[in-house]
Design a binder for this molecule. Structure first.
Ligand SMILES: C=C(OP(=O)(O)O)C(=O)O
Ligand SMILES: [Mg+2]
Length: 418
């Protein structure tokens, strides 16, 4: 038993320059845990609710500052004296204290900051790494990184409709060489874009954000960059997409490249892309409200590729269970702040494991330097992590933490084959 003796939160800034929350927990033995909370831009409508400042006059005291005072006053009062090692008990108390379905009372960001800070303080208390605390002795598999190197959709001010074009070093020997392969390909991509007169400025997740002719052109650039960097597309490095399709869906249709198309037409287009390019995974190919489209794409492409549900599942056990019953997707994206506590996140991961769904641990487009998700990926043997490109510090922090973990695990470390 080690009692929590101090809980304090402050407002800090995220990678988009917007306010977010940081919470610090101290125990009677002197262990300290700190957590900084990210925030999404292409959010699912059923995500737990963060108290954010979404207008230009953001310091109005009702957003993050409200979340901060909820931690400092209402939450601190309740959890001081609790055993920091009782994560499930702490998380359940936070859920009860909030009392709403979507955590809108205390704010999902307030709640998650306490939940994560407690886990970090507990790992410190036991003097073990966070991945070992959460995952136990079996935590030894590094994730395959999925690096978003071309940004579109709401993550960039360019004309590409699809949100993320990722390179995935599936043929690497270990995590360190995966990162080397990825960074060489990224630098080559920059050269190729520059040579064609395109902008090499980056979007929210550190991928390039050029204006291109079509949503297909980035795929050709990726294949070229992989080859010219000395690797074999489809063998050493695969491609993954996140369409974030809810963002260009309206009244039953998808608005892509200035055309209005049906879900069948969109699925056909993706089918063509899969034939032509080494695509092994597509996230949110269909909008969260188009469940008929989800069934269709899972039936048609689910045997060939990984189909990842993000906005459609929102890391929510109940919503994910319903999706599993309907046979939607074959993988789930895991974002802690979509649900708001570590315990609930681990429950969703269990559900994925029990039902043969793959799961991808993910950052948000608005991030901080917090590396919790790197440890979570190893703790849960996730197999995959999405943390953006190699051109922004808050993204690289997670990859660098994984490089550190691989070193620490020495010959016990496993890099998955796919
Ligand atoms: C990381 C993502 O973006 P955001 O954080 O904006 O939801 C995503 O859609 O997978
Ligand atoms: Mg997504």
């Amino acid at each position: 038993m080690s009692a929590i003796i101090e809980v304090s939160a402050i407002e800090i800034l995220d990678s988009r320059g917007n306010p977010t929350i940081k919470t610090i927990i101290k125990t009677e033995d002197g262990a300290i845990g700190k957590a900084e909370i990210p925030s999404g831009a292409s959010t699912g409508s059923k995500e737990a609710l963060e108290l954010r400042d979404n207008d230009p006059q953001r310091y109005n005291g009702k957003g993050v500052l409200q979340a901060v005072s909820n931690v400092n006053d209402r939450i601190a009062d309740e959890i001081i004296g609790m055993d920091v090692l009782e994560q499930a008990e702490i998380d359940n108390l936070l859920i009860e204290l909030d009392g709403t379905e979507n955590k809108s009372n205390l704010g999902a960001n307030a709640i998650l900051s306490v939940s994560m800070a407690c886990a970090k303080a507990a790992a410190r208390e036991l003097n073990i790494p966070l991945y070992r605390y959460i995952g136990g002795l079996n935590a030894k598999t590094l994730p395959i990184p999925m690096l978003n190197v071309i940004n579109g959709g709401v993550h960039a001010d360019n004309n590409i409709d699809f949100q993320e074009y990722m390179i995935v070093p599936v043929g690497a020997q270990n995590f360190a060489s995966a990162m080397q392969m990825a960074s060489e390909t990224f630098q080559m991509l920059k050269k190729l874009l520059k040579a064609d007169g395109h902008s090499t400025g980056v979007g929210d997740e550190g991928g390039f954000a050029p204006n291109l002719k079509s949503n297909e052109e980035p795929l050709q650039y990726l294949v070229d960059a992989i080859e010219k960097a000395g690797y074999t597309p489809g063998e050493d490095i695969d491609i993954a997409l996140d369409l974030a399709a809810s963002e260009f869906y309206k009244d039953g249709y998808y608005y892509v490249s200035n055309n209005k198309i049906s879900n069948t037409e969109l699925i056909d287009l993706l089918g063509e892309f899969i034939e032509k390019y080494p695509i092994f995974s597509i996230e949110d190919p269909i909008a969260e409200d188009d469940l008929e489209g989800w069934s269709k794409i899972t039936e048609e492409l689910g045997e060939h590729i990984m189909i990842v549900g993000d906005d459609v599942f929102v890391t929510n056990e109940k919503i994910f269970s319903e999706g599993i019953e309907k046979g939607i997707a074959n993988a789930i994206l895991i974002k802690l702040n979509q649900i708001g506590t570590l315990t609930e996140t681990l429950n969703v991961i269990n559900l994925a494991q029990e039902n043969g769904y793959n799961y991808v641990i993910s950052h948000r487009s608005g991030e901080t330097k917090d590396t919790f998700i790197a440890d979570l990926a190893v703790a849960t043997n996730s197999g995959f992590i999405k943390s953006g490109s190699v051109d922004r510090g808050e993204r690289i922090a997670k990859y660098n933490r994984l490089l550190e973990i691989e070193q620490e695990l020495k010959s016990n470390a496993i890099y998955p084959t796919w």
